[in-house]
Design a protein around this ligand. Structure first.
Ligand SMILES: Nc1ncnc2c1ncn2[C@@H]1O[C@H](COP(=O)(O)OP(=O)(O)O)[C@@H](O)[C@H]1O
Ligand SMILES: [Mg+2]
Length: 324
């Protein structure tokens, strides 16, 4: 298994539950594991009954297991502050207000959330040397994946900018004004340096997402969820990110043979429909079904989590970096 493991899918299908269970399984196998959750509504904090924050913290009662929670709202806010700070260093105070307004507006656009979250994901991946495995309870979607084409875009931009700067510096030097000052401008240009840094960050992200990451999609045995999963597979494939498997969660348990009441009849009908859908999933997707997890009566936490982890037929051993 790759170092970075993503569990994607629609809200409520069980991403957080399954990633926590997989994280636990991985930790129990002796790998130092970090579970990263991104959903403020129901997250690892609920699963482990322990409040996690923006930085990794050890999970009580489990060896090798760490968790953190990224709050997308907070990330957008941090992003905003950071950009303003960087801009503030580079432009005249008079322009700062105008730029502030622009930046604030751009952060209200739908992509801002995803973009800030993606930056944080990359940040976590870049700073994860001490972990053998990092499990994310969301997979990148179309919006964030589009960011992967940013390096090429930035490359062109940086080249044009460099060219312009060089030309103006040449002119400057020809006008015989001291040589030191202009050269420093070209070498230490803060805007070019920042673009270069962004470009490298997205190059790193593309590389790691393609070569060191595995993607699983979590779905429920219902039509809507199956359709959504089809779309997610297409989206990921379009960006060369191969889906390793599907996790079918919240499958209705069969009643015992000798049960014959109204409830048992309902459950049998329900189970038959779900069985057909699961067959359909196995037939129509190329990706293997790696787990079929039944609905539990209670929220999946505590000892139930280890129980769900057993259902997961997903390997935990680390793949050596060079292997596929
Ligand atoms: N197999 C299951 N049996 C019972 N409850 C489940 C199961 N899987 C998930 N749940 C519950 O469903 C809700 C949504 O699950 P969650 O993992 O938070 O989904 P997501 O992260 O995809 O939004 C939670 O309350 C969780 O405890
Ligand atoms: Mg969740």
């Amino acid at each position: 298994m790759k170092k970075f493991v993503f569990f994607g899918g629609k809200g409520g299908v069980g991403k957080t539950t399954v990633s926590s269970a997989y994280g636990l399984k991985s930790a129990n196998a002796g790998l130092k594991t970090l579970v990263v959750s991104t959903d403020p509504a129901h997250s690892t904090s609920d699963v482990f009954d322990q409040q996690f924050g923006d930085e990794p913290a050890p999970v009580d009662g489990h060896d090798n297991l760490w968790a953190m929670e990224i709050d997308p709202e907070q990330e957008v806010e941090n992003h905003l502050i950071e950009i303003k700070r960087a801009m503030g260093d580079q432009v005249s105070p008079g322009m700062v207000n105008a730029i502030d307004r622009q930046i604030e507006m751009s952060h209200q656009t739908p992509g801002a959330h995803e973009s800030a979250l993606f930056d944080r994901f990359v940040d976590v991946m870049q700073n994860s040397e001490e972990y053998d495995r990092v499990v994310f309870d969301t997979s990148p979607t179309g919006g964030t994946l589009r960011l992967l084409s940013l390096p090429e875009f930035l490359e062109g931009w940086i080249e044009r900018l460099l060219h312009k700067r060089k030309r103006s510096i040449d002119l400057y030097e020809k006008a015989a004004i001291g040589g030191r000052e202009p050269r420093r401008m070209a070498e230490g240009d803060p805007i070019i340096a920042r673009l270069q840094e962004r470009k490298e960050m997205f190059e790193f992200a593309g590389e790691v997402l393609r070569t060191e990451s595995a993607y699983f999609l979590v779905l429920n045995p219902d039509e809507l969820s199956i359709r959504e999963t089809g779309r997610a597979v297409e989206e990921l494939t379009e960006y060369d990110l191969a889906v390793s498997g599907l996790v079918i969660n919240k499958v209705t348990p069969e009643p015992d043979e000798d049960e014959s009441g109204r409830g048992a009849k309902y459950l049998r009908d329900r189970c038959r429909t779900e069985r057909e859908r699961i067959e359909h999933i196995r037939d129509s997707f190329e990706e293997p079904v790696v787990a079929v997890i039944e609905s539990r009566v209670e929220e999946v936490k505590g000892s139930l989590l280890a129980d769900v982890a057993k259902d997961l037929d997903v390997t935990v051993e680390a793949t050596p970096k060079s292997a596929g």
